[in-house]
Design a binder for this molecule. Structure first.
Ligand code: SF4
Ligand code: MG
Length: 337
């Protein structure tokens, strides 16, 4: 069957008074039906902008889609849909879960009103039907006493429960595609695990396709079948979960994997443990965007942006080290978490 999403050479820029920020610089990938794809990278790498562009949630202006296409379900090019068609698509076929449920829930409306509003807006059902559906959704996301929950306000719930409510709202329309942008980052560790278990469970029950945006490779390992690594607005490596975790090819991916906390140490998972900072996307460098931080940088790296070199049908990395004539370097990390 056709992929649910085909992103081809997507370029998104922000026009600012100081110039143009090239946030997404030619991203391509496909998402198959029923698949969980993780997009990982440091903040500012373009992963959130990519996800929000797929839902057309980036404000235009200042952003604009400079180039590329995003085919949804083989039918609609999202970059070309009218705002009203897009709104329909968002309401009927896509759901999004954000990092901070408190900013996306309305503090003045009860949980029930907010879920029912979602259900009715998208499915136009009667108040009675919407209420039944709201209870069903609260059950699905593992909330106890759903009937009582309907009349509670967001501030009466814990952070983890608010995120469950957000997930319930995102599922109101039975989405074919769910985008979860750092869904557990604002929660404490034990709750994070519960929310990830919930998402996994929902994915298995509903078969929805998921794009999971995260900087946390532990979360990726638990849920994703395929992984895209982004850096400075580009995909620099992609592969199956096993390929990325056990046979990573790009020095940036090595850095990411090195920053995963190991059970036997107390190193933290802060990606800042890769020394240096990403380049300025007002003026991206000419060659490899990672060169300034890369211990293996060669002359060619400063001159020419590396193409994607294929490691398998499913695995590629944009790094000159993958060129057949490049010097062989030893991967500096033990792989596999
Ligand atoms: Fe490092 Fe060069 Fe590979 Fe870029 S292309 S990651 S600078 S070795
Ligand atoms: Mg983000």
């Amino acid at each position: 069957s056709k992929p649910i999403l085909e992103v081809d050479n997507l370029q998104v820029s922000f026009k600012m008074s100081a110039g143009e920020v090239q946030a997404v610089r030619g991203v391509s990938f496909t998402l198959n039906k029923g698949e969980v794809l993780a997009i990982v990278g440091e903040s500012g790498c373009g992963k959130s902008v990519t996800a929000q562009t797929i839902m057309r949630l980036v404000p235009t202006p200042p952003s604009y889609i400079k180039n590329g296409s995003v085919m949804f379900d083989g039918k609609h090019d999202i970059t070309k849909l009218s705002e009203s068609d897009m709104e329909k698509l968002r309401g009927q076929e896509m759901g999004m879960i954000f990092q901070d449920p408190m900013t996306s829930l309305n503090p003045t409306m009860t949980i029930g009103e907010q879920i029912m509003e979602g259900v009715r807006k998208h499915q136009g059902s009667s108040k009675e039907k919407a209420r039944e559906r709201a209870i069903e959704l609260l059950n699905l996301v593992g909330m106890s006493n759903p009937v009582e929950r309907l009349s509670q306000y967001p501030h009466e719930l814990s952070g983890g429960m608010r995120q469950r409510v957000m997930i319930a709202i995102s599922l109101a329309c039975n989405p074919k595609l769910l985008i979860a942008d750092e869904p557990t980052t604002a929660l404490d560790v034990t709750i994070q695990a519960q929310i990830m278990d919930l998402l996994k469970d929902i994915q298995e029950k509903t078969g929805t396709s998921i794009i999971l945006i995260t900087h946390d490779l532990g979360v990726v390992a638990e849920m994703a079948q395929r992984v895209i690594v982004m850096y400075a607005g580009k995909v620099i490596e992609q592969g199956t979960l096993n390929e990325i975790f056990y046979d990573p090819r790009h020095p940036y991916t090595w850095g990411l994997l090195r920053s995963v906390p190991r059970l036997d140490s107390d190193s933290n998972s802060d990606l800042a443990s890769i020394p240096g900072t990403p380049p300025d996307l007002f003026a991206p460098p000419k060659g490899c965007a990672f060169a300034a931080r890369c211990p293996y940088a060669m002359k060619v790296c400063l001159e020419k942006d590396p193409e994607h070199f294929t490691a398998s049908d499913t695995h590629s990395a944009a790094c000159w080290l993958q060129h057949p004539d490049a010097p062989k370097v030893e991967r500096p990390i033990e792989v596999g978490v």
